[in-house]
Design a protein around this ligand. Structure first.
Ligand SMILES: [Zn+2]
Length: 256
C-alpha cells in the first residue's frame, strides 16, 4: 500500500514508524508550514524534505518519496527563482514529481504560480499533484480544470487532490487522476469507499491518501480504507489499483 500524499515534516517519528509498519511507501509533498517571507524560507522548507525527512524516514524504515513545488498558500516573493530551484531539486533521487501546487482562493498571484509550475511539469515530463481547497471546492476545481485544458498539455500525469463526490466526476471527465483524501474534515473511509464503488470502472485513475499533516489526521487512513473496501466486497483488483499499483506506475516508485 502507498499513501500518496502526506506532510512527513509535521509528524513525529512514532507516526512515521507506524506508517512504515503498514505501508510500502509514502509521498511527502512541499506545503505551507510557514509564511514564505523570502525565497530562503521556502528553500529551507524544501531542502528539509530532501535532507532531514529522508534521514528520519530511513531511521524507521519508511520508504519515502518527495514532490517539490510552491503551494498556493506559500508563494515566496521571488517565484521565478523558486521555479529555477525546482529544476535543481528534481535531480534528487527521491523526488518523483512536482507538488503540491494548485489554487486556494484563485487569486492572480496563485494562478501565476500554478501555471508556471504546470508548464514546468510539462517541460520536465513529471507527474504533478494539485491541491484543491476546502472552501468553494467545486468552483475552484472547475477553474483548475479550465486552466489545465487551456494550456493544452500533453502531460496527463496530473492528480487533482482532495476530491469529493462532486468533483470526482469532473476530474474523471477530464481523464486526470482523482486523489481521495481520507482525513477528518475531508472524506471518511466510508465516503471514499462509496466514491470508489461508483467509479470502479475508472479505478486506474484513483489514488488514496491521508494528507497527514498538522491538522487532525489518520496516519493509517489508507490501510483503514483498504479494510473497509474488503468489507464492502470491492473487487481485489480495484483495491490493489487504488491503494498501490496506480501510485507505483504514475510516480515510477521503486518498492522493495
Ligand atoms: Zn497536502
Amino acid at each position: 500500500m502507498i499513501d500518496t500524499h502526506i506532510h512527513s515534516d509535521t509528524r513525529g517519528l512514532e507516526d512515521l514508524e507506524l506508517m512504515a509498519m503498514c505501508l510500502d511507501g509514502v509521498i511527502t509533498l512541499a506545503h505551507d508550514p510557514y509564511e514564505m517571507k523570502s525565497l530562503e524560507v521556502w528553500e529551507s522548507h524544501v531542502e528539509k524534505l530532501l535532507k532531514s525527512e529522508v534521514d528520519r524516514a530511513n531511521k524507521v524504515g519508511l520508504n519515502l518519496f518527495i514532490c517539490v513545488g510552491v503551494h498556493p498558500r506559500a508563494i515566496p516573493p521571488d517565484l521565478d527563482e523558486a521555479i529555477l530551484k525546482i529544476k535543481e531539486y528534481i535531480t534528487h533521487n527521491k523526488v518523483v514529481g512536482i507538488g503540491e501546487i494548485g489554487l486556494e482562493k484563485a487569486t492572480k498571484e496563485e494562478k501565476n504560480a500554478f501555471i508556471k509550475q504546470l508548464t514546468l511539469a510539462e517541460e520536465l515530463n513529471l507527474p504533478v499533484v494539485i491541491h484543491t481547497p476546502r472552501r468553494n471546492k467545486e468552483e475552484i476545481t472547475k477553474e483548475i480544470l479550465e486552466e489545465i485544458s487551456t494550456l493544452n498539455l500533453k502531460n496527463k500525469d496530473i492528480v487533482i487532490e482532495h476530491c469529493n463526490k462532486q468533483t470526482t466526476k469532473m476530474v474523471i471527465d477530464e481523464e486526470l487522476y482523482v486523489g481521495l483524501t481520507v482525513q477528518p474534515g475531508k472524506l471518511t473511509p466510508q465516503e471514499a469507499v462509496e466514491i470508489i464503488k461508483e467509479y470502479k470502472d475508472f479505478s486506474n485513475k484513483i489514488l488514496l491518501n491521508s494528507d497527514s499533516s498538522s491538522n487532525a489526521s489518520d496516519v493509517l487512513a489508507v490501510p483503514r480504507t483498504v479494510l473497509k473496501m474488503k468489507l464492502s466486497n470491492i473487487d481485489r483488483e480495484v483495491i490493489y489499483k487504488v491503494s498501490h499499483k496506480n501510485a507505483v506506475d504514475l510516480f515510477g516508485l521503486t518498492i522493495f
